[in-house]
Design a protein around this ligand. Sequence first.
Ligand code: ADP
Length: 442
Amino acid sequence: MYPKDIWRLALLLLFALALGALFQHAAEAVAVGALLYVGWLQRNLHGLLAWLRDSKHHEPPEPPGVFEEIAVELDYLRERHKKRKKKLANYLKQFQQATRALPDATVVLDEHGAVQWANAAAAKYLGIRWPEDVDQRITNLVRLPKVRDFVQEHADAQTIEIPSPTNPNRFLSILLAPYGKDQWLFVARDITQLHRANQIRSDFVANVSHELRTPTTVFKGYLESLIDQKHLCPPSWLPALEQMSAHADRMQSLIEELLLLSRLEREDKVPDPQPVLVSELLSDILKQGRVLSGKRDHIFSLEADPTLRIRGSRGEIYSAISNLVFNAIYYTPARGIIQVRWFRDDAGAHLEVQDNGIGISDEHIERITERFYRVDPSRSRSDGGTGLGLAIVKHVLMRHDATLNIRSALGEGSTFRCDFPPEVVVPEEGVPALAQRRDGAA
Ligand code: ADP
């Protein structure tokens, strides 16, 4: 207890005792004195509470003593809190000014994907206004299936490209980054220039390939006729003609593959997906594989679910699988084993092409799906290899929402696995039995 208050209580009780002793009721008088003191304390506590609640009142309440000290302490804390609040408000203002000035559209989303805050660029690029659109789901404001899937999957560390909802001639790259507790930063960057440059490059490659197609066909046709009528030309010309014809073949497949890649690049999705019975394609591709293997006599094995179908483009899937199987043949020495599996599990449908060939070292795996990337150009296939095969596989899979997984070890072999999500698997009644068929090299 505070000394001032001890003195105050002691004096009151002494006075009550003396007064009580005078009238022979000392104990009662002390009790009454104590009660009075309690009542007085109550009154002061109420005074203190009223002072605390009244933010404009600065003079600490009477009387001096412990109540005054409490009031002074509280007043000091209240002032400190006010200053801190002001400082934080200033920081917040500066942060908002800085993010408002950012050229990228920035939107803060809560855990349900609802808008909490947005900068000025968000209105320009996405049509999202703050504070008008607060608590509206971003998927209701930017109505694109791609954005809906992206936000639902909380796909951080990935980006998607979309046309701007406010201007279809502008292209945006969207990024979703985790932020604070259960919050997300939805950032849209204007990539119109980059998109245009890519478009020009892609158009240029497509146009050049297209223009080269006819002369190459003519050139190849004449060469073939000359080779067919070898009796008409000097025998010393024959090796040169055959070499020219092989290069014309290579040029033609390069042109065809470049045209195919340009077509695949043009759209993210297959325009008219149809059910594709992959086991049927596999039988055909393996038949061609055996012809390609020829004297190298590879051992083929095929395990395929005969009823498992996926929705997509038959031609594109054929092209992707044949690229993987033919690569396995090219990069596996004679009598090597090539195993192909087509199966389904909870994660979707999977196609696996495994070989025990030359393998690929880790540093190349990340890059081999790039156009014209070759691990060892001198070891790459001399006839027909364009360096575009895996780029085509990657694009075809992207258009089917599938991914390519590569596992390989140098000198031991490689496994290329295409993972198709459950959404592209055509539903079947009941679970089909896994049919197995194993056969050796023809
Ligand atoms: P290419 O026409 O050169 O085969 P691809 O795009 O099909 O072009 O393949 C790119 C590179 O990846 C090849 O040059 C080769 O180095 C490597 N590669 C692809 N498949 C295999 C495989 N099954 N085994 C070993 N290396 C492979």
